[in-house]
Design a protein around this ligand. Structure first.
Ligand SMILES: Nc1ncnc2c1ncn2[C@@H]1O[C@H](COP(=O)(O)OP(=O)(O)OP(=O)(O)O)[C@@H](O)[C@H]1O
Ligand SMILES: [Mg+2]
Length: 297
């Protein structure tokens, strides 16, 4: 995406260089004049990782895709919308000692910039979760007007600073997930290749449809990622075929294999690119990043 074409207009403007960038939608998204004053914002793509089924690889896909994009030089923010805090601990943040988290942001007591955590990868930031976030869902439910738009409004503070904002959701379709969907351009659905994979997906697609109708008309399904895939198991391949029948070309060709290194990495607080970039799981997420960038061009 964002293929940058640099044009230097040196004639008569020796001090100026215009950087023209194309957004994922093809329009010019920012023009900066080096040594001049005008710097317009770049356009951020906000992606929610959601599937109300638990343990299907939402967090693993969110943090590893984010880490590979950041390793490629993109500015990325991961928002941990799940009170379990797995994306936070997987990116090296100790949720138990947390004094600043997304909870403080949603309550209005802190800005996103204040609550942000710098991960080991320079261009990868994290807005961490904390246990308090479980209470946020109940508190949000008491807000009478605009409770689905709280995150969206907060993101307006920062949405020109990142190429991507990736939101990791809990395994439910409650208000935290609805807030994430309302704030997003698209939703990416990780699906585990197992027997009950498609169960509950129609409920989720219905939630996305309702969000599109009433809250966020431009949201799209970015794609479906098949996770915990075992190419030797007949069940995995059969389920993968079913998912392709259901979602068509929304399904990414890159499949994420079951790989023990991917399961180990979070206990060291590292994404796979820092933990073991030669393992099969790392190679798959690196390929997914390439396919993702090609797809959204
Ligand atoms: N490809 C994989 N190979 C091996 N283990 C994996 C893989 N993907 C995820 N895991 C492990 O499976 C478990 C569930 O993964 P993950 O936490 O990413 O799922 P989730 O959908 O975010 O779960 P939850 O619904 O609880 O938030 C974790 O222990 C994770 O380390
Ligand atoms: Mg998770």
């Amino acid at each position: 995406m964002q293929k940058k074409s640099k044009k230097s207009f040196t004639k008569g403007f020796t001090n100026f260089r215009f950087l023209l960038s194309k957004s994922v939608y093809g329009d010019i998204i920012f023009i900066s004049i080096i040594k001049g004053n005008l710097v317009m914002a770049k356009k951020t793509k906000i992606i929610t990782f959601s599937n109300q089924k638990g343990g299907v690889g939402k967090t693993t896909t969110c943090i590893n895709l984010a880490a590979y994009l950041a390793s490629d030089g993109k500015d990325v923010l991961v928002i941990d919308m799940d009170p379990q805090g797995n994306a936070s601990s997987g990116l090296g943040f100790e949720t138990r000692k947390a004094k600043k988290s997304l909870y403080n942001v949603l309550c209005g007591s802190m800005s996103i910039a204040e609550a942000m955590f710098q991960t080991e990868i320079p261009s990868l930031k994290l807005l961490p979760s904390s246990m308090d976030l479980a209470g946020a869902e109940i508190e949000l439910a008491q807000v009478v007007i605009g409770r689905e738009r709280v995150l969206s409004e907060k993101l307006a503070e920062i949405d020109d600073k990142f190429d991507y904002i990736m939101i990791d959701c809990p395994p439910s379709l409650g208000l935290l997930t609805v807030n994430a969907l309302t704030a997003s351009n698209s939703v990416l659905v990780p699906i585990q290749c197992e027997y009950y994979a498609l169960e509950g997906l129609s409920q989720m697609m219905n939630t996305i449809r309702l969000v599109k109708k009433f809250l966020n008309p431009t949201i799209e399904v970015e794609g479906v990622v098949l996770t915990l895939y075992d190419g030797r198991a007949k069940l995995s391949t059969q389920v993968a075929d079913e998912i392709v029948k259901f979602f068509g070309d929304k399904v990414f060709e890159t499949k994420i294999p079951r790989n023990i290194r991917l399961a180990e990495a979070p206990s060291y607080g590292k994404p796979i690119v820092l933990y073991d970039k030669r393992c099969s799981g790392a190679k798959a997420y690196c390929e997914l990043k390439d396919e993702f960038l090609k797809k959204i061009k």
